[in-house]
Design a protein around this ligand. Structure first.
Ligand SMILES: *[C@@H]1O[C@H](CO)[C@@H](O)[C@H](O)[C@H]1NC(C)=O
Ligand SMILES: [Zn+2]
Length: 295
């Protein structure tokens, strides 16, 4: 029954992840999505509010961070990651954001034993109620605080590594705000290829207001044109589809100047390949964080 559910989800067109698993695998699984209608509305609001925004210097900002560990049992392979890996994850996150104004400061680590949350919490369908319960119980702080939730996705999908809310969605749904990710992606975790902490850095990229560097259509579906760059950042070239692994170089839009940003945290490359946010992304995150998180 459980296996069947996982297969159905993996093949379902409702999620970009399912689509990607079906077409080109294996690949990083991120379930952060926005519908075309939502994106249009959010970006119109952002553009309007950005116009009135006083020029902001990139002053250092400290983000209070709450790390919620959901475990099925009190063993590492059932989600109970040691504090040393929590610290290593915070270090990896801060290293990723070193060229931005943001430093993430660990305020508290919480540990909750709940096998249901560990196995099935997800943003999809009937199971969304569990992630809503989890966040309602555990979320700390206001719009300025980052809440991280590590869990297992055991009965959700083999490929899912994480998902996040966007900065712009805080106002309409504050309780949902935060990053949910696979516990074994922390540095030293068991999820090989994706166990250097890159998943949290990628998801926090969404949390500060960034989209994927590759082109996406409605709800994260693949987009088959190089004529636009759907991340709305000027210095990440148009990219037709996500990078898989860590190639020497890749250029999925050869008629557009510039190679794919394969080392960018907002691509789907392996953790070892990640090493930057571009100045354009940093500019966008500063405006997003000022407008939507008051920072
Ligand atoms: C575990 O999760 C279930 C389902 O969301 C919830 O009803 C229950 O209260 C949770 N238990 C604890 C100890 O958090
Ligand atoms: Zn993503």
């Amino acid at each position: 029954m459980i296996a069947l559910k996982a297969v159905v989800l993996a093949l379902s067109a409702v999620s970009a992840l399912g689509h990607q698993l079906a077409s080109r695998q294996p690949k990083r699984g991120c379930a952060t999505e926005i519908s075309a209608a939502q994106k249009d509305a959010v970006e119109a609001d952002f553009a309007a509010r950005r116009t009135g925004l006083p020029a902001k210097k990139a002053a250092p900002v400290t983000i209070p961070t709450y790390f919620h560990i959901i475990r099925a049992e009190e063993t590492v392979d059932r989600g109970d990651i040691p504090e040393s890996q929590v610290i290593a994850q915070m270090d990896a996150l801060n290293a990723a954001f070193v060229n931005t104004p943001y430093t993430f400061e660990l305020k508290e680590t919480t540990r909750t034993t709940n096998e249901t949350w560990f196995d099935v919490a997800s943003p999809w369908g009937d199971d969304a109620v569990y992630q809503d319960d989890m966040k309602a119980t555990l979320r700390r702080g206001g719009r300025e605080s980052l809440n991280l939730y590590s869990l297992g996705f055991t009965d959700v999908s083999d490929g899912l590594l994480g998902y996040s809310t966007f900065a712009s969605s805080y106002e309409s749904n504050p309780q949902d705000d935060g990053v949910v990710f696979l516990y074994s992606t922390v540095p030293g975790g068991s999820r090989a290829i994706y166990n250097l902490g890159g998943t949290v850095s990628h998801e926090v990229g969404h949390w500060v207001g960034l989209y994927h560097t590759f082109n996406e259509g409605d709800g994260g579906e693949e987009w088959d044109t190089c004529d636009v760059s759907t991340d709305l950042v000027d210095d990440t070239p148009a990219q037709l589809y996500p990078t898989n692994g860590c190639p020497e170089r890749s250029d999925t839009c050869p008629d557009v100047p510039g190679d794919d940003a394969i080392h960018n945290y907002m691509d789907y490359s392996d953790d070892v390949c990640y090493n930057n946010f571009t100045p354009g992304q940093v500019e966008r995150m500063i405006a997003q964080m000022a407008i939507y998180r008051g920072l």
